[in-house]
Design a protein around this ligand. Sequence first.
Ligand SMILES: [Mg+2]
Length: 268
Amino acid sequence: MSPVKKLLTELEKKKVFFFDLDGTIYLGNQLFRGAVELVELLNKVEIPFFFLSNNSSKSTSDYIKKLNDLKLNVTLKNLILSQHPTIDYLRSENYQKIFLMGTESLQREFQQEGFILTDNDPQIVVLAFDQELTYERLVKTSYMLQQGLPYIATHLDDRCPTEKGYIPDAGGIAALLFKVAEKMPRVFGKPNKEMLLFKLRELELNPEDAIIFGDRLYTDIKMGIEAGVTTCCVLSGETTLEMIERSETNKPDYVIDGIWDILELLKK
Ligand SMILES: [Mg+2]
């Protein structure tokens, strides 16, 4: 069977679709072709689908707004962000006073979730995709890490693709802090497989019922493999065919140019 036919047979069996966002559904503010039609089609055939992003530079409500401004008709229930498992953890461990390296948008979400954000005697340092990072905030974090405060991160992607090129992501900021404090945070977003498994448990589905589409081998594809979910790498973001060939452990089950290919397949 040709790889395309095999993928089509696989898609027909799946009961839930997971999609990465940056590099998979859009780049910056530019939607990839087929994205709107794909969402319409999945809604029409009543296949549950979720957008999964490590990008914690925005609160969940600002994210929904961005997706809907792009004309992707998406609701809260379609979205899984790296701050969600992070907030779950903070709550389960009873942390209340937090030093958050994150944007104002994310700070609002944490405050709405009941956390106190402070640089005065916090219980834990939380690193997110802080696009409003200042040198002052780096200095404060460096001191806190050297004092031995617990340290976690929503995710640790090194860089984030945009229309003009890559920009430093939370992993880049963590690398900088590592040079100072020699500590790395515990991570809750992708590739932590819980990001997929908690949703599958909720839906009472098995990993075999799911497929994930993503552009990154060391987050999307790795998480899919570890969760036991079928993986499909799109070449519209960070990963090239050469990178897939070179990768020893994070090999996707399928490779396509972009999500427009799935739309074509599903239309058949
Ligand atoms: Mg991506």
